[in-house]
Design a protein. Structure first.
Length: 74
């Protein structure tokens, strides 16, 4: 079996999350298992980027808060 990132190197193990075969250089050993760099650092990957809250959800939330505040005042 060959490393997914280095096809000229033998793989020593697999990523516990995505299953990629990894060589000694690519394998990230954590207390929870062995991972590739992308899975070991999920905040760094493009797939894990945080999306902004939709504008309509902010408007609906504000309207609900105003409605509840108005109920409490009266």
């Amino acid at each position: 079996m060959k490393c997914a990132n280095h096809p000229d190197r033998a793989a020593l193990g697999y990523c516990s999350r995505c299953g990629k075969a990894l060589c000694n250089e690519c394998l990230v050993r954590l207390s929870t298992g062995n991972f590739c760099d992308t899975c070991a650092n999920p905040g760094m990957g493009a797939a894990r980027q945080r999306r902004p809250m939709p504008w309509w959800l902010i408007v609906v939330g504000a309207a609900v808060l105003l409605f509840l505040a108005r109920l409490l005042v009266h």
